[in-house]
Design a protein around this ligand. Sequence first.
Ligand SMILES: [Fe+2]
Length: 287
Amino acid sequence: MTKLAKPFLGFGLGLRANHYEEVLQTKPKVDWFEIITENYLVPGGKPLYYLDKIREHYPMVMHGVSLSIGSTDPLDKNYLKSVKKLANRVQPQWISDHLCWTGVNNNNNHDLLPLPYTEDAIGHISNRIIEVQDFLGQQILIENVSSYLTYKDSIMTEWDFINEILSRSGCLLLLDVNNVYVSSVNHQFNPLDYINALPSDKICQIHLAGHLNKGNYIIDTHDHEIIDAVWRLYEKTIKAHGMISTMIERDDNIPPLSELLEELTKAKKIANKTNRGKSILIIGKSK
Ligand SMILES: [Fe+2]
């Protein structure tokens, strides 16, 4: 398995169908785009047409939602083959998916479900990540998900669980700062304990997003603008770990592109101000 260089890409957006034409026509100042892998696992059609056109002008990364790395079902080799085929077409800087399970017995419920933080789960998931990386021929990134429940079998914190998987599998982390915040409210922990415990050299990308606050709990809906508390947590993340490729996720209630560009400018200002004078972290290339 080859460890690819993971350059600092700058500040990106999720590519959404509502913005295809505008992106192509206006070439907005976005450093890179993240695509949802599953939207392009088809032989043809409009999404692939726009993907190819937009790829000519922007670097891209691929972000999947169907790997189900925590499931006890065997890995879906047909799915992995189609991911590899798309990667050959897109030539992404990297490929990511979520640290979760999405179903068992071949049922996909399309939810990113949390895992029990146990030794058995660490071993099971690390082995599966190694298998995926061997199949794809490159390191992958796993993303921390937000959660609404915990398991009585868990024997460690979420951050200890993640750190152990990163260490054993050799994969990298896509750190969703909003997900850390959402889970910290839902499960009553200090989000800085989580952020500060992560290894700087393994964080390859950051997600920022909005959510829905229901009072005594938060739902990770990606349909609102980013709230101030998440911006502050992002600032502290950059302070702790240095500059990291950052991207804004909006999956519902999608606003005009100009609004997302404003949020992206805010992310850039916060990161540049926080990281002033420090070097940019580039995860090195090695075999
Ligand atoms: Fe995310």
